[in-house]
Design a protein around this ligand. Structure first.
Ligand code: HEM
Ligand SMILES: N[C@@H](CC(=O)c1ccccc1NC=O)C(=O)O
Length: 365
């Protein structure tokens, strides 16, 4: 304690507890393995940042999950998400510090860690669930649930967040409410479809006329164009879209997906600018976690080679599969499949453009 009654740095930050919380287990009565302190501290930093990510996510979900989201609050939601993105960069960069430990030095204490593993990180699971990772999309290890390795209390906590509001659902509902999905008299989707058909026709012609393609490559590329065309059909056809969704190829509802497409295509319109930033932020977050997962899989590979993990998974091959599969906003990455160049976009009807502009712009001087 510094001067009586005044706030003291050490106490304010709870450093008694924080700095007494690094307890190496290696070495028995003797010296612990030198690198175990680094191993503990790096993990603790991760957990602290996971805590901060949860604070930001809870706030963002709280706002976005409401039945109406006042435009005024959207900027703050984007700020929260941008903060998460900054933290994610830090987390991925932080793995470098741990990589100054060599695999042989890790083995000085690794065997004593089992069966503990990052697989048991409760906060990491809370982040995944708060973001909206679909429980049905999760990889299972020998048929077991990812919560089987947790204490009863932690399992309950995690399973609760599977049912609680999450960012993906909240954004789905918010997108599906976009007022401009239907344009009154103007059949936007028919006009858009014409632009798409024209674009596909250009792509077919480009492949057919390409001077440097052999027959096999040409067939392959034409096939790819036809696959794009088939994907467009799913966009316009509710039943086909639903089937894609059931097979796990889409997560957003059809209305939400179309709204995201509209916002992305017409993002220059003033009223779409903030929604577009929100979509960009959640895309960044999904990419940030995927990048962390791949980076962590590489770290695990170089540290333990082909060994199985202390948490009971296959090790780096499990982590790579999780990086591929455990995605929350994959739909947003698929959106550009459906983009046409600005020059080919249907013009919005004047009254819609008017509604999408800021009031002071259209007010007389
Ligand atoms: C020497 C460094 C590390 C190695 C060798 C390593 C290895 C592994 C392995 C093999 C797994 C799969 C589960 C298992 O069977 O154990 C795993 C999971 C995990 N690790 Fe690490 N890890 C390391 C560092 C870290 C750090 C610094 C964090 C930060 C918190 C972390 C967080 C996680 C998480 C969250 C999982 C679960 C991933 C998922 O299920 O998608 N790991 N780790
Ligand atoms: N799962 C790692 C061990 C490990 O890295 C770890 C062990 C205990 C607590 C956290 C860990 N970090 C990430 O999994 C391994 O199999 O080597």
């Amino acid at each position: 304690m510094g001067t009586e009654g005044e706030l003291y740095y050490w106490d304010y930050l709870g450093l008694d507890a924080l700095l007494a919380s690094q307890q190496p287990i290696s070495g028995g009565e003797g010296e612990p393995a030198h690198d175990e302190m680094l191993f503990i501290i790096v993990h603790q930093c991760f957990e602290l940042w996971f805590k901060q990510i949860l604070v930001e996510l809870d706030d963002a979900v709280g706002t976005m999950h409401a039945d109406t989201v006042p435009e005024k609050e959207m900027g703050r939601v984007v700020d929260r998400l941008d903060r998460i993105i900054a933290i994610q960069r830090l987390l991925t960069g932080q793995l470098e510090v741990l990589e100054t430990m060599t695999p042989l030095d890790f083995l000085d204490f690794r065997e004593q860690l089992a069966p503990a593993s990052g697989f048991q990180s409760v906060q990491f699971r809370l982040v995944e669930n708060r973001l909206g990772l679909d429980p049905e999309q999760r990889l299972t290890i020998a048929g077991a649930s990812y919560t089987d390795v947790m204490s009863d209390e932690h399992r309950r906590m995690i399973e609760e967040t599977e049912r609680a509001p999450n960012l993906r659902d909240a954004i789905d509902r918010w997108l599906a409410r976009t007022p401009f999905l239907r344009f009154g008299d103007f059949d936007f989707w028919a006009a858009y479809r014409e632009a798409v058909d024209a674009m596909l026709e250009r792509e077919r012609a480009k492949v057919s006329e390409h001077p440097n393609l052999d027959d096999a490559s040409r067939d392959e590329q034409l096939q790819a164009v036809e696959e794009s065309a088939a994907q467009f059909e799913t966009l316009f056809d509710a039943e086909q879209y639903e089937r894609l969704r059931e097979r796990g190829h889409r997560q957003l509802s059809q209305d939400a997906f179309c709204a995201a497409l509209l916002i992305s295509l017409y993002r220059d319109e003033p009223l779409f600018q903030l929604p577009f930033r929100l979509l960009t932020a959640v895309t960044d977050i999904d990419e940030g976690f995927a990048a962390w997962r791949y980076r962590h899989a590489l770290l695990a590979h170089r540290m333990i080679g082909g060994k199985v993990g202390t948490g009971g998974t296959a090790g780096h091959t499990y982590l790579e599969a999780a990086a591929r599969k455990h995605r929350v906003f994959r739909d947003l990455f698929d959106l550009p499949t459906f983009f046409v160049p600005r020059s080919a976009l249907p013009e919005l009807p004047a009254e819609v453009r008017e509604q999408l502009s800021f009031r002071y712009e259209s007010a007389p001087a």
